[in-house]
Design a binder for this molecule. Sequence first.
Ligand code: ZN
Length: 70
Amino acid sequence: MEDSILYDLPTEFFADMAASSGYCDAQSILPVEGKYLCHCTCGAWDIESPDRDTGLALARAHTAQTDGTR
Ligand SMILES: [Zn+2]
């Protein structure tokens, strides 16, 4: 059995899956070093936010913009 897999990290695997979906199925807001990294499954939305509320507001604005494109 060959044990080597292309995806070393689950997060990389997820990111790849997300980037290939092309839809705004979900947005993630992750706290990183005092700020928040916001990502969308469509792969076209990656921003930094100073706080979680701002990230959520921006996520709503993003999905509002792209809603109905699927
Ligand atoms: Zn999106």
